[in-house]
Ligand binder design. Sequence first.
Ligand code: ATP
Length: 297
Amino acid sequence: QIFMPLNFLGFVYREIRGSLANIENLFDLLEKPPKILDKDDATELQVSRGEIRFNEVGFYYDEKRQILKNVSFTVKAGSKVAVVGESGAGKSTLVKLLFRFYDPSAGHISIDDQDIAKQTQASVRQQIGIVPEDTVLFNDTLYENIRYGKPEASDDEINQAIKLAHLDEFVDRLPNKGDTQVGERGLKLSGGEKQRVAIARTILKRPPIMVFDEATSSLDSQSEQAILSALREIAKGHTSFMIAHRLSTIVDADNIIVMDQGSVAEQGSHEELLALNGLYSRLWQAQQKNQAQIEEN
Ligand code: ATP
């Protein structure tokens, strides 16, 4: 009776220790989804181009409520694709499936023609960098927080990532520069600063596929510009997949997928979607109107 809990605690301890080197695993632990197990004959995902394909994907968390229905789209290698849609449309669920927090209940998702449900979770996550809406900062120095993206990174590599993430001016103003303690017990960073730390981690990791979950809370326009320009920097030569709340940030995307109640309602470039005069066009007009009202007040 005593042995079982101790054994379990040992397991949790090893899981957490093992995960610290990999931020996404920690994210995984915090999310606590039902365990998705690797198949006995699972292979390692090999990424050469970075093409993502959702093929007639269906998904539910609870059998009684279908969340995704027949979702199909392709993210071409090296392209920038944005997913938009109203709250609850299923945007984050797409990312959770791509990251193998869950497996689809119908259809399949492939990366470079390999069904990810047949690959090891670790190898799938290794190839994908995520900049979440809200980034977890550990109680450690800013430098060490960025190093989580690549534990063996040199100081030069970290400084380069800080620059590309447009964090350098911020770091220069800190009392102990990059050695300043951050997190709950140290300096608290704003939402935009935390996202730029996550971008710097991802720049260090340099995965072939990058996923960016745009913050819903409105950032000041200077922060937003710094983040957008950092993103352009890291997206170069990578496949990037972005969940966007403000349509103004994704007008230059190669393809925009418009989700509505778990299905793909429309897809195309910003101009193509406006010309369709459908859901995207309505969302765009509503946001333009809101923006005009904010500027008026
Ligand atoms: P938002 O823009 O508000 O973040 P979204 O488009 O990303 O929304 P999802 O988070 O993918 O939407 O959620 C799609 C649907 O799935 C919602 O109705 C939500 O309530 C439901 N859902 C999300 N996570 C879970 C979960 N863990 N268990 C059960 N239902 C869930």
